[in-house]
Design a protein around this ligand. Structure first.
Ligand code: ZN
Ligand code: FE
Length: 254
């Protein structure tokens, strides 16, 4: 079944994946209330998956454990996620109900950030956003580039279930970096229509992100040219290009 994004907090989405019996896997519950409402009357969930330690991704867990004592909480090894009951790391395969999730280490936004991939779905937290990527709070540009490369290598039809509604803000920057990209222009028009209708812009396909997201296109000639102009000198390598792009976005005010 298609995963369901639950709007939460200011601009987060909590993702719910439900099996045929209605049992859910809950991803990054920053708040409990939207989950409790969505699962009112539903059977006990399978588990909670956590991508990283930030409060807008874990804040709802204690209240969900009050509602469902003993509910497994899977999270990366990090003392800042004390509520975890099972630790996961890159390369792990986790079976929950009808799904087997592959865990990927994706450091960059935080040092212990993980992503979960299953059956054409990717839960990538704050690593990859539609038309953007997470800020580098704890990692290096080289780490984030490697993390995004690993995600971008998944099949093109994969649905990218990221955890913030940042698409239109990201679009403003993407159009400055990559103005001649017709796929990007089409995606921005689509996203504007989705927001105007009150709908989420997520999940896009990975193929769409590879075609449109400047942070997956930092090697593309058009993006490289824009980065060289922004830097004022030729870009030496892939990591410098990515670092320049991320720095440019950090200072960008649409
Ligand atoms: Zn975060
Ligand atoms: Fe977040």
């Amino acid at each position: 079944m298609r995963p369901q994004p639950l709007p939460a907090l200011d601009d987060n989405y909590i993702w719910l994946l439900r099996d045929a019996a209605g049992r859910a896997v809950i991803v990054d519950p920053g708040d409990a209330l939207p989950v409790l409402e969505a699962l009112d009357g539903a059977p006990t969930p399978h588990a909670i998956l956590v991508t990283h330690h930030h409060p807008d991704h874990v804040g709802g867990i204690p209240a969900l454990l009050d509602r469902w004592p003993g509910l497994p909480v899977l999270a990366p090894e990090d003392p800042r996620i004390a509520v975890a009951s099972q630790r996961v790391c890159g390369g792990d395969q986790v079976a929950l109900g009808p799904w087997t999730f592959s865990v990927l280490d994706v450091p960059g936004h935080t040092r212990s950030h993980v992503a979960y991939a299953t059956d054409g779905l990717l839960f990538c937290g704050d690593t990859l956003f539609s038309l953007g990527c997470g800020r580098l709070f704890e990692g290096t540009p080289a780490q984030m580039l490697a993390s995004l490369d690993a995600l971008a290598a998944l099949p093109g039809e994969t649905l990218v279930c990221c955890t913030h509604e940042y698409t239109l803000a990201n679009a403003a920057f993407a159009l400055v970096v990559d103005p001649g990209n017709a796929d990007l222009q089409a995606r921005v028009a689509e996203a504007r229509g989705q927001r105007a209708a009150g709908a989420p812009t997520l999940p896009p396909t990975l193929a769409s992100e590879r075609a449109c997201n400047p942070f997956l296109r930092s090697r593309a000639p058009a993006v490289r040219e824009a980065l060289s102009r922004q830097a004022g000198h030729p870009i030496a390598d892939d990591v410098e290009a990515f670092a320049c792009l991320r720095r440019w976005k950090d200072g960008f005010r649409g």
